[in-house]
Design a protein around this ligand. Structure first.
Ligand SMILES: Nc1ncnc2c1ncn2[C@@H]1O[C@H](COP(=O)(O)OP(=O)(O)OP(=O)(O)O)[C@@H](O)[C@H]1O
Ligand SMILES: [Mg+2]
Length: 364
């Protein structure tokens, strides 16, 4: 009997997965296409999110910092077809005394210094749309009680107002905290928890889906190319190998920062390991590159082998100088060549050193 139930549960999961897959494959280009993954757990979360997006049930998105919670929230809103706006409130960033007026707004003359004519709160702004409550675990208890009331009654009052206003708002919340623990510590209301997590999407950390790294790297490099006005082709296989070894506590955001930094420091077409911050680049001793260009991309006809090697060597030197803030002795040491050899190569490749002294690394 127990077996039968567990088989049924598995089949149900499979059904949800394939239903989502089917629907996504029949709709050209959905907002979920921006959520890059090849991990099966993530695919199934994407499908679940897609299926639930059309309704108006509350959605709770949990996951470590940088796992893509906001990306999911936006995609859910886009797919929902709700005509109103996507309005975000960061519950951790607003001072407690301002939270209530941020949420509910205030009436004309509600307090000294209040704006004439009053001010709408986020609930009104999100009418017909989605209210994204980011970092909901940090919401003060007093406000949790008020939020619960709005969710139950679907109406609220502006501060200092006498009329109640009715709104149609879909609530999507996110947190990197364990709300169950906060409930046990009496920092989060259990009744609110049940209200906000009719649908629960738990995004796994990047370290549990490292198969996503190659795809994420290409996607993020393309995205950064547009922002930085560069034409970087991607990461080299040896760079990817080092990225695979990292624990990624900051998840996709950390990966994005690492790639952005490398693209700013590295003048080459490909991101070589030496353009990575020290804690990643030093994962293995520095040696001259494993072919820094993927074979498919080798400029076979127009460039000689010597040109390719020279370009790679130049990239390496630029990366090492950047890493070492322009310090030639340190850079030579990292490259395992003598100072004078490094000096000759700087001259040979006409490397402009001044820029490295000014570059500030975001990493210690
Ligand atoms: N699966 C993914 N595919 C593509 N980009 C992603 C993915 N996951 C995250 N990102 C990108 O990583 C960055 C961080 O994502 P996001 O802000 O959604 O994370 P978060 O979970 O809300 O983080 P935090 O808890 O720190 O607020 C964004 O630039 C986002 O576009
Ligand atoms: Mg976020």
């Amino acid at each position: 009997m127990k077996d039968l139930f567990s088989r049924m549960e598995n089949l149900e999961h499979e059904l949800t997965y394939y239903r989502g897959e089917y629907m996504r494959s029949h709709v050209q280009g959905t907002a979920f296409d921006h959520v890059i993954t090849r991990n099966s757990a993530m695919e199934s979360i994407k499908n679940q999110a897609y299926l639930s997006a059309q309704g108006s049930s509350t959605v709770l998105i949990t996951g470590e910092s940088g796992t893509g919670k906001e990306l999911f929230a936006q995609a859910i809103h886009e797919i929902s077809g709700r005509p109103g706006r996507f309005v975000k409130v960061n519950c951790a960033a607003i001072p407690e005394e301002l939270l209530e007026s941020e949420f509910f707004g205030y009436a004309d003359g509600a307090f000294t210094g209040a704006r004439k004519g009053g001010k709408p709160g986020k609930f009104e702004l999100a009418d017909g749309g989605t209210l994204f409550l980011d970092e909901i675990g940090d919401m003060p208890l007093a406000l949790q009680a008020k939020l619960l009331r709005v969710l139950q009654e679907k109406s609220f009052d502006r501060i200092g107002d006498t009329v109640s206003r009715t709104v149609d708002v879909r609530i999507v919340s996110a947190t990197n905290k364990h709300l169950e623990d906060l409930i046990a510590e009496r920092k989060f209301r259990e009744d609110l928890y049940y209200r906000i997590h009719v649908i629960h999407l738990a995004i796994p950390p990047l370290r549990e889906r490292k198969e996503d790294l190659p795809l994420l790297c290409s996607h993020l490099v393309q995205k950064l190319n547009k922002i930085l006005g560069k034409q970087v082709q991607g990461v080299t296989p040896s760079t990817l190998e080092r990225l695979q070894h990292h624990h990624w506590p900051g998840n996709v955001r950390e990966l994005e920062n690492v790639l952005e930094r490398a693209m700013n420091l590295n003048a080459g077409d490909w991101i070589v390991p030496e353009a990575l911050p020290a804690f990643l680049a030093n994962a293995e001793p520095l040696s001259l590159p494993a072919p820094p260009l993927l074979p498919a991309k080798l400029p076979a006809m127009t460039h000689s082998k010597r040109d390719v090697i020279a370009a790679a060597e130049r990239d390496l030197i630029v990366a090492a100088l950047s890493e070492c803030g322009g310090n030639r002795s340190l850079a030579a040491e990292r490259l395992a060549i003598s100072r004078s050899t490094l000096y000759q190569k700087i001259k040979k490749y006409q490397i402009e050193e001044r820029s490295f002294f000014e570059s500030k690394s975001p990493y210690p």
